[in-house]
Design a protein around this ligand. Structure first.
Ligand SMILES: [Zn+2]
Length: 292
């Protein structure tokens, strides 16, 4: 069995792990450089990956953003400290001197969740509700990474034409209403300017009606996203993950809104099985079949 060096690049942290037989044997994590200079990310990746690459046969990278032919671009320029058009595949190939594959992190997590299902499923969507809202689609048992790496960015589908302006520049995206960030912003008039999604959730658990309304708006938006994806992609299962998606009672709220819709819009909805390492393990699994 070959050893994979799996890398997960997020807006706040970068994790790297040696994966063998679908299990993590060594794991290292650093903070994502806050500098907007591309050279800072190159230096950080060099320090992190050089020692691990000595023990690996190939490299599998899951990254936030859009991975278009190995180049990282950002739909929301605020992500990754403004890094845009970073040649991720080329830089990591040069650092490690190994074969490299790169896909989007939500796509990688979707592949992990798909492989973790204990039933035969043809069509599945994974939706992560966290700092942002991301998704990955498995269609006819194949992970859809998209010709330009965009497939799965369902957090930027329209939820409310009169909603807030999203980080991508469009008005009223799902992400601008349903994400943990959006929940925090919606809570600020009630709970103070430093209110974040976690603060709102604590008020919700204490029974605060404003907090309940904010989280319900997020959950109903995600329910409608699930319905839209189900009617367009003929889904068997939707897997819901992320810190908000897995928060206490959130999935039940989503299901409550789904139950109000005709049956054709309602797939099986289940909680994601893995925590923080779905991206690492998912991209390692995907690389097994796709490394050249
Ligand atoms: Zn958007």
């Amino acid at each position: 069995m070959k050893t994979c060096l799996a890398v997960d690049i997020g807006g706040t942290k970068i994790a790297a792990a040696l994966v063998k037989d679908n299990a993590i044997v060594t794991r290292v994590q650093i903070s994502t450089p806050t500098s907007k200079e591309a050279s800072a990310l190159t230096v950080a990746l060099t320090d992190l990956l050089t020692p691990l690459a000595l023990e690996a046969d190939h490299v599998a990278v899951a990254s936030t953003g859009i991975i278009n032919h190995g180049v990282l671009t950002a739909l929301n320029p605020d992500n990754l400290g403004g890094l845009n058009h970073f040649p991720l595949h080329q830089v990591i190939s040069e650092i490690t001197q190994l074969p490299v594959v790169v896909i989007n992190d939500a796509q990688a997590a979707a592949w992990f969740e798909y492989k973790a299902l204990n039933q035969a499923v043809s069509d599945m969507a994974f939706i992560t509700v966290s700092t942002g809202v991301g998704a990955g689609f498995v269609q006819k048992e194949i992970l859809n990474t998209g010709a330009r790496g965009i497939a799965g960015h369902a957090g930027h589908m329209l939820a409310d034409p009169n909603g807030p302006v999203c980080g991508c520049g469009r008005k009223g995206c799902v992400e601008s209403i349903a994400s943990g960030t959006a929940i925090g912003v919606a809570g600020q008039p009630f709970f103070g300017t430093d209110c974040d999604g976690e603060t709102v959730y604590q008020h919700l658990l204490a029974g605060d009606k404003n907090a309940i309304a904010i989280v319900d708006r997020s959950a109903s938006t995600i329910a409608n996203l699930i319905a839209d994806l189900t009617i367009s992609l003929d889904l068997d299962v939707v897997v819901l993950g992320g810190s908000v998606g897995l928060a206490s009672g959130y999935l039940a709220r989503v299901k409550t809104y789904l139950k109000r819709l005709p049956n054709v819009y309602v797939p099986d909805v289940i909680a994601a099985s893995s925590g923080a390492d779905a991206g690492l393990l998912g991209v390692a699994l995907w690389a097994e079949q796709n490394i050249k």
